[in-house]
Design a protein around this ligand. Sequence first.
Ligand SMILES: N[C@@H](Cc1ccc(O)cc1)C(=O)O
Length: 426
Amino acid sequence: MTDIFAELSWRGLIHQTTSPDELPKWLAEQSRTLYCGFDPTADSLHVGSLLPLMLLRRFQKAGHRPLALVGGATGMIGDPSGKSEERKLLDTDSLAKNVAGIEQQLRLLLDFEGPSGARLLNNHDWMGKFSFLDFLRDVGKHVPVSVMMAKDSISGRFEREAGISYTEFSYMLLQAYDFVHLNKHFGCELQIGGSDQWGNITAGIDLARRMQGPQLYGMTCPLLLKSDGTKMGKSEKGAIYLSAKRTSPYAFYQYWVNVADADVGKCLRFLTELTQEEIDALDASRSTDAAARQSQKRLAEELTRMIHGTEGLSAAERATAIFFGAEISQLSDDQLTEIFADVPSQQLPKDRLSGDGLSLIDALVESGLAPSKKEARRTIEQGGAYVNNTKITAVDMKLSPASLASETTVVLRSGKKKYALLRFVG
Ligand SMILES: N[C@@H](Cc1ccc(O)cc1)C(=O)O
């Protein structure tokens, strides 16, 4: 058993805990069972939920037993915590799809073998069987409405015109009951979650006490925010997800490689398993040579490997190298599209490549990289023209089917970074 409390403290991962005087000792005494729940609001977790998921993993590595809960039941209702408006209800098909997607990701980061082996649970398995009348009698009876109304997630909504439905108001009772259930059936004594979960976690602790159950504990971690206060894990194109179908390994890697200097230290401490010494060394490297962006590269490498494996990482690194000028051959159209997502492209009929082929001069003009044939010629003569990232100095060069970097596409470049794609179709 390693001292998990000390580890989480230096990482800055402890936002609030119940019984702060007792908790460090209680955790050090013996292996404990803890849980964290994830609602199936999408078919993949996003970067924000990586933080509590990594927290479960850290607890497990320190010798504790994690329960990863998918909210098949709670996902049917929608947690009002941290939300200013009522959520739309999900239909059963999307829910089932989302549960399956999330379960897969929870499996990825936890170890299911051995004495502190993780368990994957779905609260629909017990909540689905509860009748409404039984729930009101067995659970609701123990909870004063005044206590529920005092929670931030609820009181904040009362102040707004739209208010809150009875359905969302009741959400905390479901999560509170989960904690009691997991305690009874799995010996779970600690619940963790993001700071917005404090109200729900303490509702569970309270419920256990009122139902004459044992003392339970709670701990929250900070939300993953950037230095400007906005949420981490959102790009211009939307949230960064853990599933490769939603966010490719390359896009995932790119997101981390581009994190600002002001945020990267926190990301390293919050999301990676690098040691304090390694992170200190990276902090130091930023003050001596920030331009080398060693911290960002290491962050991107660690996270991409953890989520997408070594293969995903090397694909992402290869794609990055290509974007920065490495020679291109034999990629799929999809890979090319990904790497050059923001690069302008033109379509031309396939037969332009047959016969004598298409002159590079014409190609540079058609792609928009050169305003005229004269300029195109000059670019080639000055050594600024590239086909698939290979420099071409012959002004009479012709593109042929052999010039394709993928099934349909030739990548043209003018100068250091100005790219354009020509797609040959039909
Ligand atoms: N309310 C949590 C998910 C959750 C669901 C059920 C639980 O028992 C615990 C946590 C969230 O929205 O992130």
